[in-house]
Structures are given as C-alpha cells and as structure tokens.
Design a protein around this ligand. Structure first.
Ligand code: ADP
Ligand code: MG
Length: 348
C-alpha cells in the first residue's frame, strides 16, 4: 500500500524503515522489535502483564482541523498510558496500527508519530510494532500498550469498600474547558468578547491540558506499590461517569462532596467568563486523565503525608457508601441528591 505525499508516493516499507530508524531502541527484555513478523519479549517470572488498546477514528475521536497530528498522537498515547497508570503498572511496549487516507500527507504521519513517541519517551515506552493500511474514509489509529507489575500486585476497579475515602489527583474540568476554547471559544462576537476577557496564560494552560494531558504514571505506581489504594480508575469519561464504574465493579455506593472537587484557577476563570458552573465542568468533563482512587480510613493520614512528601496533588472528594445508597452528591449547603445519570445541567 502507499501513502501519498503531494504527488509523491511513500511506501509502507519506507514508513516502517523510517520508524525503525527513528524510534527503535534496544531494551533488555526485547528480543525482536520492528522488522520481523512479530515482536518478541522475554517475560520475567512473577510478573503480571497489563494490556490495553484503543481505537481512534477521525471525526469521532479527533479532528485534524482543530488539532495537529502531533497532538492527536500525543493524546492517543497518553490515553493508553493513563489506563496503565490506573492499574498501577509500569508502561513498557507500544504497538501502533494505522489506516491512512490517500489525501493525508506523509508528513502528518510522521508528526503523529512524533506526538506518540514524545509521550512514550516520557515514560520509557518502546515502540515494538504495528500495522499499516490504506483507508477510504479518514484516518484510523489503534494503539496497544503493554505494562507490567509484580505478580499479585495491581489496582483494580473492584476493591472499594464501604467507608473508604475517595480521592482524585490534580484538577478536573481543564480538558473540557480547553476543548471548548478550541472549538467554540471565538464562535461569535459575544464568545470573542469572553475569550478576550480571559487571561492569555489561563487560556494556554487549559488548551494545553486538552492537547497535552498528563498520565499519572508515577502516582499510580506509588499507590500500587505502597498498597495505600483499595481501588483505582482513570478519569477518561468524566468524574460522574467514572465514579459509577468504580461503584459498579466494587458493588458499593458513593457520596461526592461537590464543595471539595479540585478546580484549577484557569478553569474557574474560564467558567466565570463564559457563565458556566465550574463544578459542572469538573463532573462532566472527560479526558482529564487524572486518577480516582479509594483509600481506607486507616490509611488516610499515610496517603496524604506521602503525597505531600512526593509533591503529588491529591484531594479527598467523598466517601464510599453502601450499594443501596447509589451515587449521591452533596452541595455546599449540605443538601444531598442522587447524581443524575446524564448531565448535571438538569437540576441547576
Ligand atoms: P506483516 O506483513 O507481517 O504484517 P509488515 O510489513 O506489516 O509485516 O510489518 C513489518 C514490521 O513493521 C513489523 O515489525 C511490524 O510490527 C512493523 N510495523 C508495520 N506497520 C507499523 C506501524 N504503523 N507502526 C509501527 N510498526 C509497524
Ligand atoms: Mg502488516
């Protein structure tokens, strides 16, 4: 198959050779990387493998009109790294499969790989293979990431117990705010006015949080190795959806204290300028790639002390309740109500 670049033809083999030249690197457990019929990894005894894969379709998961190919690659790698982080695992190997439309310039493919590999290098991940095809309807990108932990040691969604405290890393809602700034921030005169009223550094922070999110690998490894967390999930769909996943898998309920949800200064400023509720952004916004985890009462002091010592920002936002309670939200005035299934907008 061939990729077209302004009338020139870049063959699949040329792409593979270029990837091999740019990104192949020796690794002690890697017997064969790119270039053979399959990659070969020497497994270590007493190790667990964690495998995760994502399929991204142009027009569904990304839009090359609003995002560069580099950031599409970067975000795709980070989404997978974040899944590995939520397991408490060390990310190791990456496989990338592409279906490429004729009209896409070869340069865009290399930029996509630059983004993928920038995120991968940050966490010591090695590209070990993939597949390449033509596409008749947009770009498709499939990423598979392999991570490892010691056997018997991993963070699951299913470990939360009644009475555990619910924590999140970082701040929530930034990525959605950044996306909204990118897509509709200057859509009409009134939006342009709001846009201009926002400090430039705040806008840049939010847009960067969307285009270049951070997978919480170090935090996940710490929570797993220290045995301080009883359960964990990464926030890819948004807090209100992802907290339900923990509850379903652990067969428990939860109570979220809305007044404690961490929202960054730039996100607050954005919400203020565009007359939105910052807590709604934090509850419904996806792709923050922060970790949500649960900690038993007896480990609460230890988790907070260790996080402080390591410079990790973590915030307690609620408590695990019995299953029959469902997922409740508590407002600043102490009033409680069930977390709505869809948008939090409905009861504002
Ligand atoms: P096969 O015909 O057996 O599928 P390929 O020619 O597709 O072999 O692949 C040759 C080598 O290049 C393999 O190691 C494969 O993993 C790697 N490879 C192919 N496409 C990609 C890609 N898009 N990204 C990374 N590695 C790739
Ligand atoms: Mg192939």
């Amino acid at each position: 198959m061939a990729l077209n670049k302004a009338g020139h033809t870049l063959h699949e083999f040329a792409l593979i050779r270029a990837l091999q030249r740019r990104f192949a690197r020796p690794e002690s457990a890697l017997i064969r990387g790119i270039g053979d019929d399959a990659a070969v990894i020497a497994t270590a005894p007493k190790q667990w493998w964690h495998l995760t894969t994502d399929l991204l379709a142009e027009g569904v998961h990304f839009d090359l009109h609003t995002a560069s190919a580099e950031s599409v690659g970067y975000r795709a790698a980070m989404a997978n790294l974040s899944d590995i982080a939520a397991m408490g695992a060390v990310p190791r190997y990456l496989l990338v499969s592409l279906a490429v439309p004729k009209a896409l310039k070869a340069e865009a493919i290399y930029q996509l790989y630059e983004g993928l590999m920038k995120a991968s290098r940050l966490h010591g991940v090695t590209l070990i293979g993939g597949d390449t095809s033509a596409s008749k309807s947009g770009l498709f990108l499939s990423i598979t990431l392999i991570g490892t932990t010691r056997a018997g040691r991993a963070l699951f969604r299913s470990g939360a117990q009644v009475g555990d405290h619910i924590y999140v890393t970082g701040t929530l809602g930034d990525s959605l705010a950044g996306l909204q700034l990118l897509t509709g921030g200057k859509a009409n005169p009134s939006a342009r006015q709001k846009f201009a009223s926002l400090r430039k550094s705040h806008r840049h922070f939010l847009v960067d949080r969307h285009l270049h999110p951070t997978a919480r690998i170090a935090e996940g490894r710490w929570l797993n190795a220290s045995r301080l967390a009883t359960a964990a999930i990464d926030l890819s769909d948004g807090l209100s959806g992802d907290v339900r996943h923990i509850c379903e898998e652990s067969r428990v309920g939860a109570e979220l204290d809305l007044s404690t949800i961490p929202v960054s200064m730039p996100c607050r400023a954005y919400a203020h300028a565009y007359r939105l509720d910052p807590i709604q952004l934090a509850l419904t916004g996806g792709e923050d790639y922060e970790l949500l985890f649960t900690v038993s009462q007896k480990n609460q002091a230890a988790v907070e002390r260790q996080a402080r010592a390591r410079g990790y920002r973590i915030t307690c936002i609620g408590i695990i309740r019995p299953n029959r309670v469902g997922v409740q939200i508590k407002f600043g005035d102490g009033k409680m109500q069930p977390l709505p299934m869809t948008s939090y907008e409905h009861f504002r």
